[in-house]
Design a protein around this ligand. Structure first.
Ligand SMILES: Cc1cc2nc3c(=O)[nH]c(=O)nc-3n(C[C@H](O)[C@H](O)[C@H](O)COP(=O)(O)OP(=O)(O)OC[C@H]3O[C@@H](n4cnc5c(N)ncnc54)[C@H](O)[C@@H]3O)c2cc1C
Length: 382
């Protein structure tokens, strides 16, 4: 092995998690290499491009005008009959390609090395270091950060089967309908996930999530009709997989750490994953910096990320129930909460409502329980 090929940390992938980990390590003088298979970082975009203000704040990222498209006041959750409740969680529509490039550039500015158009093929544990083989060469490092998203295919790494949703979004040239809230639609038309409408200004994104093959466009067709778009007039299609995973995390060889989508760090209800990618990457970097001369870091890392709200068991336990709710059940909740902030239950009205509709009791109790989970993970929702 040549000395110049030995790195402290090799990061596989230059999405938000890879860029963030690289930045935080490089700024502390750690010698890093990011290997990214794409020719241009962040492209093509596979994201609806919603990001919360809190995600940036928590990770000390300034909302630069280069990657901010517009400010958003929060989200509205719509039910089939058009009722909606509000989630006042401020955020942004971002330019995801520029955002990913911005983070990678920060890593480079701090002395990190980045190789694009290069795919990592295998990772092998040698005595006290790792050998990373790409389609262009061999590199060596003390630690590995897997920031390669949910896709399998690196020899030597076991990617356990996780639940993945196929997310598809069509972009349209905007019409008159506009809102500075993200729109989410729940109900029969969108099972087993939800549908969304994001207003970027000049374009509007309409999307939905599906299990299995991504050929069921009915939820998107439904929303196109509702918002006045013709599906065949789309100007762009965006698609990708979103992995959901919860504790326990996969067992990797000591010294290999997974971040972002590679560990399914997405919110179980909204599937927003940029925030989880940034936070897990930051924690990974902090733990490597702190324990640089020590050998056992995996356990400490998992203990730390388990504290993130997105990995909380109670949140996960309600995920299926949330997505299985029927239009009728969502309408029951929507009728009570219409135009209100999700956490502000109108108690007087609720009692009167339950008196008139006693069969709704269980459904409303479920919603009250859900409020707690939303509250707990509110800032992490996207
Ligand atoms: C359609 C869609 C819409 C979404 N919308 C939102 C949203 O609005 N808000 C939100 O918060 N989240 C959204 N997400 C989720 C979000 O995009 C992901 O959670 C986020 O990208 C995870 O970041 P990451 O860095 O972990 O992985 P990625 O962004 O997937 O980055 C992984 C990188 O690793 C590279 N790579 C993979 N394998 C190798 C290899 N062997 N060698 C070298 N490089 C490799 C890839 O090319 C890629 O650049 C959406 C996802 C999809 C699919």
């Amino acid at each position: 092995m040549q000395l110049n090929e030995m790195y402290d940390v090799i990061i596989v992938g230059a999405g938000p998690s890879g860029g963030m980990a690289g930045w935080k390590l490089a700024e502390k003088g750690i010698k890093i290499l990011i290997i990214e298979k794409r020719k241009k970082i962040g492209e093509p975009v596979q994201c609806a491009e919603g990001l919360s203000l809190f995600a940036l704040k928590e990770n000390d990222i300034k909302p630069e005008k280069d990657f901010i498209v517009r400010e958003m006041k929060g989200a509205k959750l719509f039910t089939s009959s058009g009722y909606f409740m509000m989630f006042p969680v401020p955020g942004y529509i971002i330019k995801r390609n520029i955002f990913d490039q911005y983070l990678a550039e920060k890593a480079r500015e701090k002395g990190g090395e980045i190789r694009t158009s290069e795919r990592v093929i295998s990772i092998t544990k040698r005595q006290n270091y790792f050998e990373v083989t790409s389609d262009k060469g061999k590199y060596y490092a003390k630690y590995i950060i897997l920031a390669c998203g949910p896709y399998e295919g690196i020899k030597g790494i076991n990617f356990p089967k996780t639940r993945k949703i196929v997310a598809i979004e069509f972009r349209f040239k905007s019409n008159k309908i506009d809102d500075n809230y993200f729109h989410f639609h729940f109900g029969d038309e969108f099972k087993p996930f939800y549908g969304w409408v994001f207003f970027h200004g000049d374009v509007t994104g309409i999307g939905a999530g599906l299990y299995g093959r991504g050929n069921n466009l009915k939820p998107i067709e439904f929303l196109c009709k509702k918002y006045g778009f013709k599906i065949n007039k789309r100007i762009k299609k965006i698609a990708g997989k979103i992995p959901f995973s919860k504790f326990p995390f996969p067992e990797d060889p000591e010294g290999i750490i997974r971040v972002g989508d590679a560990i399914g760090a997405v919110h179980p209800y909204t599937a927003g994953g940029i925030h989880g990618a940034l936070s897990t990457a930051k924690i990974a970097a902090q733990i490597i910096i702190k324990n640089f001369e020590k050998s056992k870091i995996n356990k400490t890392y998992y203990e730390e990320i388990k504290k993130l709200p997105i990995f909380k068991d109670s949140l996960w336990n309600k995920q299926d129930k949330l997505f299985k709710k029927t239009s009728k059940e969502w309408d029951e909740i929507g009728r009570l909460m219409h135009k209100r902030v999700y956490s502000k239950t109108p108690w007087g009205r609720a009692i009167f409502y339950l008196f008139l509709h006693p069969f709704s009791t269980f459904n409303l109790l479920f919603f009250l329980n859900l409020q707690k989970e939303f509250k707990l993970s509110e800032n992490f929702s996207y």
